[in-house]
Design a protein around this ligand. Structure first.
Ligand code: XMP
Length: 518
């Protein structure tokens, strides 16, 4: 296995992700935990030093134990990792911006050109004579440690790629793990091959390992998991259930704002198929009662968020002796909450989450998906036997249909909305478009319009179809349906759903729109 020593970079997890893509098993450990005895026990086959925000020229800056250089295994240092390696081994690093010298603070895109003999870890690099890389550093190496040579330079980084080939120590100034170093994965691949990894590690092995970790963390204590019916909480629940069986109880808060048949599907899948103890808290009356007459979007969100927590807490309290709360937190949530918490950003919408719950209830957290990205969670879900149709589902917001029903929410409107949405999604699936679209749904509009059906006048609701492409939901574009598809879908909705006599298609991108209507 490979050890990543984390010096605090925002993108350390991306190194792990690149390695997982290469089917190499790795673990990230913060530098504080990596002692000489830790290394003896871990026995890594290769080591990577991550980047980090500190400055190696500062007294007391993070460093690895010197024993790491005596292990006789390949080491790759990235950015801060390069600097720390150089300084430890007898080179020199200078802080900040310097003028007229060999380097300067550098952020963003740069181009590296080769120097000297080709290095094995640079196999398949420089095919076009140069490689785009992503730099992000204030300090820089100013003198190489003995044994090191330069193998790549950029206009601002005379030591962009350096190596001591005798010891298989490699040190680069840029970040090969990020998207903006397009050929970075090849560099990792060459590095792990050199270290003797064959790439035989799988998501199945990840699953086994995650199960061991959950058992170790939880022991014989009880765990509660809030199930939303979404992919993340479902994968977390099934994984935890595999680890600790009936020590897990799921609480499914049904606010009555779910899609057609959704509550039944969730309950039957978890209770009947997986045999997971499940409390189905059907609180439709409570939620719809509190939402009665409310039309302001933020007020709706706040009411739902607060009730959700109250209801969850009420049911969770019935589970005696529970000490842990499971959450399907993903890695992007972790990065966001670290880098943006308390930041000055404006609240566009109060997102529905249970962030404050653990402290309020005195529970400890189990977050078995914290290291994974969305697509990896889906892969883990497949590994756990969750059906593909479930795993590939479009995202669904916590406040549910409430935010797809602008204006006042009524049972009648919800009923109409559910039916229209089901027809629309059926159309999308039938035309083989579901997986191309990031998210699709119907919103029922708070207007009635006049129409004519048969020989009669109608006065019914208008609805809007929404379908977007997106990578992460932060930005989105509308999906360019064929006109025939739109025409056929409109006809079907009007024919099959009583209460709707007009269909529109929303072609707003995000920004300036948002994906949901509220
Ligand atoms: P917007 O409408 O903000 O939505 O462009 C971006 C993505 O987030 C989803 N969404 C939510 N998800 N709780 C959630 O879990 C919420 O309160 C919430 N509001 C919006 C939305 O469906 C889209 O995928």
């Amino acid at each position: 296995r490979l050890l990543i020593i984390d010096f605090g970079s925002q993108v350390t997890q991306l190194i792990a992700r690149r390695l997982r893509e290469l089917s190499v098993y790795c673990e990230i450990h913060p530098y504080q935990n990596v002692s000489e005895s830790f290394l003896e026990e871990f026995r890594p086959k290769a080591v990577i030093f991550s980047g980090g925000p500190d400055s190696v020229v500062r007294e007391g800056a993070p460093r690895p134990p010197s024993a790491v250089y005596e292990l006789g295994v390949p080491i790759l240092g990235i950015c801060y990792g390069q600097q720390v390696m150089m300084q430890d081994l007898g080179g020199r690093v200078e802080g900040g911006k310097i003028s007229g010298g060999g380097g300067t603070a550098e952020f963003g895109r740069a181009f590296v050109t080769p120097m000297g003999n080709p290095l094995p870890i640079l196999k398949d690099w420089f095919a076009s004579g140069k490689e785009q890389v992503w730099m992000s550093h204030g300090d820089h190496v100013s003198e190489l440690a003995p044994g090191f040579e330069v193998f790549g330079v950029s206009p601002n980084a005379p030591f962009a790629i350096t190596a001591d080939q005798g010891r298989n120590f490699f040190a680069v100034q840029f970040h090969p793990e990020v998207h903006h170093t397009p050929n970075g994965k090849t560099l990792y691949e060459n590095f792990v091959r050199l270290a003797g990894f064959t790439g035989d590690w799988t998501m199945g092995a990840y699953k086994d390992d995650a199960i061991d970790k959950i058992r170790e963390q939880v022991g014989d204590k009880k765990v509660i998991c809030g199930l939303s019916g979404g992919v993340d909480s479902s994968v977390a629940a099934v994984l935890i259930h595999e680890a600790i069986g009936d020590q897990l109880t799921c609480v499914f808060v049904d606010h009555g704002l779910l899609r057609l048949n959704e509550a039944d599907e969730v309950v039957s899948m978890f209770r009947d198929h997986y045999n997971i103890p499940l409390i189905h808290a059907d609180e439709t009356e409570l939620f719809l009662g509190e939402l009665d007459g409310v039309s302001d979007p933020e007020t709706k969100r706040k009411i739902i968020g607060k009730l959700f927590i109250d209801v969850f807490q009420k049911h969770a309290n019935e589970i005696e002796g529970a000490e842990y709360l499971a959450q399907g937190t993903l890695y992007p949530d972790v990065i966001e909450s670290v880098s943006f918490s308390g930041g000055p950003s404006v609240t566009i919408k109060s997102h529905h989450n249970v962030g404050g719950l653990p402290e309020k209830m005195g529970l400890k957290l189990v977050e078995p998906l914290r290291e994974l990205f969305k697509d990896e969670v889906r892969e883990l879900g497949r590994e756990l036997g969750l059906p593909d149709s479930f795993i590939g589902r479009h995202p669904f917001p916590g406040p549910g249909l409430a935010i797809r029903c602008p204006g006042e929410i009524t049972r009648e409107k919800l009923e109409i909305l559910r039916k229209a949405d089901a027809v629309y999604i059926d159309q999308i699936r039938k035309h083989g478009l579901y997986d191309e679209i990031w998210q699709a749904f119907v919103a029922i509009l708070p207007v009635r319009t006049v129409g004519v059906m048969g020989d009669g006048r109608t006065y019914d609701y208008a609805c809007a179809l929404r379908a977007v492409t997106s990578v992460d939901g932060m930005t989105a574009d509308y999906y360019p349906f064929e006109h025939d598809f739109l025409g056929e879908t409109a006809t079907r909705i009007i024919n099959e759903v009583q209460g709707i006599n007009r269909v529109t298609y929303d072609i707003t991108s995000k920004p300036p729109g948002t994906i949901e209507w509220e």
